[in-house]
Write a protein that binds this ligand. Structure first.
Ligand code: MN
Length: 712
């Protein structure tokens, strides 16, 4: 029945290369689309489309230049930064080109272990079909597309290689694959520190597999030794040495060592448990689901209650079945067929049960969030390919003509492949992700780089932290990895309060960030506000914060410059920024949020419509919302002039009014807000260009972003 499945290895390698090239070529679709937008380019190359990528890029840049600043949070020790720096050194391409294409070239490597798993099991046609599917499946594509420069490029590739070596070990009963498996698992753990739960799950299924199917075979217990070793929470370096040592021992003693296999297994399990494996068994998926710790501040007796970041994070939480199925296989029917295919595959080829942990982890996505779906992708692709080949062979049984039967056996899987590719390619064509920043924004940061020194701080919202550090080579207070409610509070406060309080808080936050690093060596989750209150002798946070309104507040000694980065794009998230400091820190209770709206508009006569039931009546200076009518307190027209200054005209309306309207001419946008927002440093300095000359100095003024220097 499987005669068509003996594809010669040389041909098969050719097919692997072809599938690999296919996977990369598909990733050119985005490049082609994005190349139509000059705003997506910087330094003659397309920019990346994932924020976190700028973090790794900063690390790689600093490795290449050979230095970085204490407490600048540059990830110079991370594998992805090291790999990037290495490639930038040996390859004749621009740094920007390397980080743009790395995800495509590394992510597409997934076709190799997937095709080799099927080859190892003797299902060559299955491997070929799966190989052409796996690289471009919806969720896998999203996380490894060109420009998606992040650790995802190898987080699925490495465990799939480990799974291949695991299957190969059982199948071939050769020690050398055990070593490869263990080393791949260690590489995986080095690349992705939350790798261990999956390794343990591999150990679990390998154990059950051995006990059910093949418990008398002493070799299988060797497999367990190597997995237990890989999953033990000790240094990767020590584990690598141990793995090599045990391999050498087994390799050279051959059968003589067989009687020691079980004692060694017992020892390694004991070691695993002693080193903290018990906790990991009790909470095997904790590391995956709760990657970001949520914590209240706690310094000695003082406990402040901050805004929990989880409230604004979208990715966590359960997802509907349709999205789940689309992400794993491209469409609901494909997902069902793939899952059925996997079950069929595992029934016919019991070694496929070893893939269960990856399927399981993918299914966690239904509860744990979208990013887990990718784990199921390789196995579901194999399942789909298997059932397609199986179905073709079943059909062929009804055809007496041998030649025609052979055609059916090859054509059926190919038709299935086409059907499976269709929704996934359709997704890829329509998935138009912009680059993180636009050229005009980067130009501001690039200019800032020549103005600010590497020890200076830039105060802005965490969304812009990584790109700013990469393009301007400065320090930031919060970023894509450092943004708990605790560290966000002072920044949120500085952006949403009056300029005096803002300036005081900015200086305090910067000096206390450095102080905490120098004195306590902490740089991620320190309660800087609590530290300040302690030094200034305050117990009540509200009293301390009120004191910041004092222009003569005694600040710590200035150690460096602080810049405010105020981008246009922050308008859309400004109410969210406000949430982090608009609460009672003693109780954690949130205050009422002031009204804020940023919108485009349509003019009809004297009425300016922002939406169907919200308009501004210019006749009597009121805002109509539904059936209600509110007086406007102040009306402002502002624009960024060719002279590099913000020009604003302010006209007073009804002094009893609560609403403030700003017409941003440069952007064709209207803002409606209540007083607290109108008075905030961000709105005053960015939208109105009104800065306190004692406190701030404009450095770069463009419509896309403005940079002010703190004078205090
Ligand atoms: Mn630095």
């Amino acid at each position: 029945m499987w005669s068509e499945d003996k594809i010669p290895m040389r041909v098969y390698i050719g097919l692997i290369i072809l599938a690999y090239i296919f996977s990369i070529a598909i990733r050119y679709i985005w490049v082609h689309w994005a190349s139509g937008y000059p705003q997506f380019f910087w330094n003659g190359e397309l920019m990346i489309n994932t924020n976190d990528g700028y973090y790794w890029a900063e690390g790689a840049r600093d490795i290449l230049t050979g230095h970085h600043q204490p407490n600048d949070l540059s990830p110079i020790d991370y594998p992805i930064s090291i790999l990037t720096a290495f490639l930038a050194k040996i390859l004749p391409f621009k740094f920007e080109t390397i980080i743009l294409w790395m995800p495509a070239f590394f992510g597409s490597l997934l076709v190799v272990p997937v095709m080799m798993i099927a080859k190892t099991l003797g299902n060559d046609r299955v491997g070929v079909i799966a190989g052409f599917i796996v690289g471009i499946v919806w969720s896998y594509y999203n996380r490894t597309m060109t420009g998606y420069y992040d650790t995802d490029m190898l987080t699925i590739v490495l465990p799939t290689f480990a799974l291949w070596f695991l299957i190969l070990s059982f199948k071939s009963q050769k020690n050398r694959y055990l070593l490869l498996m263990a080393l791949t698992m260690l590489l995986y753990e080095w690349w992705y520190p939350s790798a261990r739960p999956l390794e343990m799950a591999f150990g679990g299924v390998a154990l059950v597999y051995t006990l059910i199917f093949d418990r008398k075979n002493i070799f299988n217990y060797k497999v367990l030794i190597f997995i237990a070793l890989a999953a033990t929470p000790v240094s990767i370096f020590i584990k690598s040495i141990l793995a090599v040592a045990i391999f050498i021992y087994f390799h050279f003693t051959k059968e003589k060592s067989d009687k020691f296999v079980l004692p060694i297994l017992a020892l390694s399990i004991l070691l695993f448990l002693l080193m903290g494996g018990i906790d990991m068994i009790l909470n095997p998926i904790k590391g995956y689901i709760f990657r970001e710790a949520i914590s209240d501040g706690a310094t000695d007796s003082l406990k402040l209650h901050y805004f929990a970041i989880a409230k604004t994070v979208r990715e966590a939480g359960s997802i509907p079945f349709e999205i789940f199925a689309d992400r794993i296989s491209g469409a609901i029917p494909l997902f069902i067929i793939s899952t059925a295919g996997y079950i069929l595959y595992a029934i016919k080829e019991r070694l496929m049960w070893l893939a269960l942990p990856m399927v399981g982890l993918g299914f966690i996505a239904m509860q744990g969030g979208l990013r887990f779906t990718v784990y199921a992708v390789p196995i579901c692709a194999l399942g789909f390919a298997y059932i397609a080949v199986w179905f073709g062979d079943k059909l062929a049984e009804y055809i007496s003509d041998e030649k025609k039967a052979k055609i059916v056996k090859i054509a059926t899987p190919l038709i299935a492949l086409t059907i499976s590719l269709y929704p996934n390619i359709e997704h890829i064509v329509t998935y138009k992700v912009p680059t993180v920043f636009k050229k005009d924004e980067v130009a501001v940061l690039d200019k800032l780089k020549s103005i600010a020194s590497r020890e200076d701080y830039v105060l802005t919202w965490w969304d812009y932290g990584y790109p700013i550090r990469y393009y301007s080579d400065v320090k930031t207070l919060i970023d894509g990895g450092k943004h708990t409610g605790m560290v966000n509070f002072p920044v949120s406060f500085a952006l949403t309060h009056n300029q005096v309080a803002s300036a005081n808080m900015a200086r305090l936050d910067v000096e206390y960030t450095e102080k905490a690093f120098k004195e306590k060596n902490v740089s991620q989750t320190e309660d800087y506000l609590a530290d300040m209150m302690k030094d200034y002798g305050y117990k009540d946070p509200a009293l301390f914060l009120a004191e910041l309104d004092n222009p003569n507040f005694k600040l710590p000694k200035k150690s460096r410059d602080v810049y405010y980065y105020l981008p246009y794009r922050m308008l859309n998230i400004f109410p969210t920024v406000n949430l982090f400091s608009n609460l009672d820190l003693t109780t954690g209770k949130e205050n009422k949020n002031p009204f804020f709206l940023a919108s485009r508009y349509v003019v009809r006569g004297k009425r300016v419509y922002l939406s169907r039931n919200l308009f501004i009546d210019q006749e009597d200076a009121t805002v109509h919302f539904g059936n209600n009518k509110y007086p406007v307190n102040t009306f402002v027209i502002s624009y960024v002039g060719k002279d590099g200054k913000v020009h604003s005209q302010i006209s007073k309306g009804d002094s009893r009014g609560n609403l403030y309207i700003i017409y941003l001419k440069s952007y064709g946008q209207i803002l409606i807000m209540e007083k607290p927002f109108f008075d905030s440093a961000y709105i005053q300095m960015f939208a109105l260009g009104r800065y306190d000359k004692n406190l701030f100095e404009p450095v770069i003024i463009t419509p896309y972003a403005m940079v002010y220097k703190l004078k205090k």
